[in-house]
Design a protein around this ligand. Structure first.
Ligand SMILES: Nc1nc2c(ncn2[C@@H]2O[C@H](COP(=O)(O)OP(=O)(O)O)[C@@H](O)[C@H]2O)c(=O)[nH]1
Ligand SMILES: [Mg+2]
Length: 162
């Protein structure tokens, strides 16, 4: 095992859930200081052994809820992403109770949302069962450092250097 693999083994695994275009992949890329570029997620991908990115369909289609539950067994923490600019939400009430893991809420795209939209997104996440909620923009980076601190992944620890 390489040193990096050793280091990653001790790191918590973070699973990202959210409808398509919620900003899961972009947040992942931001966290690892990768170029922000668009690509659609077609399968579950594990980035740098710590981030588990999931397809939006897993949330959008009821038939895939089981897949989310199975994937969650690999995770230590679950992030429920809610796009602040989305009109409404895909999360059913108490969605988090499906998982036996701590669920944190993340409001995304705060750079292009107004305060009311951000507050609504927080209400949706709270109703979904998120026990703590963060506001981020993966474009400007606002709020990302705070989230990383909560996840115990300080930006300085070079989590995903390629
Ligand atoms: N303005 C802004 N756009 C974002 C942000 N995060 C993601 N996006 C955009 O939203 C779209 C969908 O993002 P993506 O990460 O692919 O969503 P995913 O389907 O949840 O993985 C892309 O065009 C991103 O550039 C953000 O924080 N601010
Ligand atoms: Mg994606």
């Amino acid at each position: 095992m390489t040193d990096r693999q050793m280091a990653n083994r001790k790191k918590k695994r973070i699973m990202l859930i959210g409808r398509s275009t919620a900003g899961k992949t972009t947040l992942c890329q931001r966290i690892f200081n990768e170029d922000i570029r668009y690509h659609k997620t077609q399968t579950v991908t594990v980035e740098h052994e710590v981030m588990i990115d999931t397809p939006g369909e897993y949330l959008e289609r009821r038939g895939f809820r089981g897949a989310l539950m199975v994937t969650s067994t690999e995770a230590d923490i679950i992030l429920l992403l809610q796009d602040a600019t989305e009109n409404g939400t895909m999360y059913p009430g108490q969605f988090s109770t499906m998982f036996a893991k701590p669920c944190l809420g993340v409001v995304t795209k705060i750079d292009i949302a107004d305060e009311k939209q951000i507050r609504d997104a927080e209400i949706y996440l709270k109703a979904a069962g998120a026990h703590k909620i963060y506001r981020v923009s993966s474009v400007t980076g606002e709020g990302v450092e705070e989230l990383l601190r909560e996840l115990d992944m300080p930006e300085s620890d070079e989590a995903g250097g390629k």
